[in-house]
Design a binder for this molecule. Structure first.
Ligand SMILES: Cc1cc2nc3c(=O)[nH]c(=O)nc-3n(C[C@H](O)[C@H](O)[C@H](O)COP(=O)(O)O)c2cc1C
Length: 283
């Protein structure tokens, strides 16, 4: 497979791992992908829950969690590491600023239009900025605004397809036991639809049994817990810890095709082999 560039950074294996929160794509997965020559991506969603120890508010714990994850990833790889920061996060600005201070290679940002992303760059920073879009209209709005306000254009653009899974996490086993009819579209407190695997928690949400009584995180800009059918950050954190009675798994529409848990090395070599076969057939 041919390498490609994001700005002046060469990606030897042309694979960008999708950011997956809460707690799914952290330094372990990201560094494994980077060690195979791709771009490994740490998700910023809910890091304060994953780093609960010590003093400080939830947003402060998120900042410390991100610093730790980036440093852990750097200790495991010399490859390319990015972070995924959803625009919908209340602490979006904190996460972008911290990632740039930590000299992250790439910031990927979607779940909203990252219209002010270049404003966080400093004259010394070398971080590349990559919006995630699902339409050409969104790409055009971002490019126009960045050009006009910052004289900056995206270093690359990630285009999410209609089969994408989003926006957050769970235990991988979920995919292996799922069937095609289990993957469905649900509403989320983020204010966008999400694709997820059906289960007990989603049934309870539909019956109104998971309404939050309070909120100590204020993690999503647009979430009003008094109107929300469930707490998304708790649901995804529970799922990441394997408690599927109290959470659910976001998944792409082809998730049910997974038959086993594979290592990053295996996935990368399968992709390479399949790419070779496909291009060979076409030639
Ligand atoms: C479990 C899971 C969690 C995800 N979490 C996030 C997230 O935190 N932020 C984000 O921008 N996208 C998130 N996504 C979307 C992925 O990063 C990716 O863009 C999407 O799966 C499309 O890539 P694909 O077509 O290669 O699967 C998530 C997807 C899944 C399946």
């Amino acid at each position: 497979m041919k390498s490609f560039f994001i700005g002046n950074i060469e990606i030897k294996t042309p694979v960008i791992q999708g950011g997956m929160g809460v707690g799914i794509s952290l330094s372990g997965l990201a560094s494994a992908v980077a060690n195979e020559g791709g771009v490994g991506v740490i998700s910023c969603a809910g890091l304060g829950l994953l780093y609960p120890k010590g003093k400080g508010t939830y947003p402060e714990k998120c900042i410390n969690g991100l610093k730790e994850e980036i440093r852990k990833a750097r200790a495991k790889t010399k490859g390319i590491i990015g972070v995924n920061v959803m625009v919908a996060l209340s602490n979006y600005a904190d996460m972008v600023r911290t990632a740039i201070e930590e000299k992250i290679d790439v910031v990927f940002s979607g779940a909203g239009l990252p219209l002010d992303l270049p404003s966080y760059l400093t004259p010394e920073s070398t971080t590349k900025l990559v919006p995630i879009v699902s339409s050409s209209r969104a790409a055009k709005i971002i490019c126009d605004k960045w050009q006009k306000n910052y004289n900056y254009l995206p270093d690359a653009i990630v285009v999410e397809g209609p089969k994408a899974g989003g926006h957050l996490g769970f235990k991988k086993e979920q995919y292996i036991h799922s069937k095609s009819e289990d993957v469905l579209i649900i509403e989320s407190p983020v204010g966008m639809p999400g694709r997820a695997i059906d289960g007990e928690f989603i049934h309870n949400v539909n019956s109104g049994l998971e309404r939050p009584k309070s909120c100590s995180f204020h993690c999503i800009k647009t979430c009003d817990y008094t109107k929300s059918p469930y707490c998304i950050i708790k649901a995804l954190y529970n799922a990441a810890k394997g408690n599927m009675k109290k959470g659910y798994a976001f998944a792409g529409s082809n998730a049910f095709l997974a038959e086993k848990i594979s290592s990053v090395k295996e996935v990368m070599s399968t992709l390479e082999r399949e790419f070779f076969l496909a291009t060979h057939k076409l030639a």
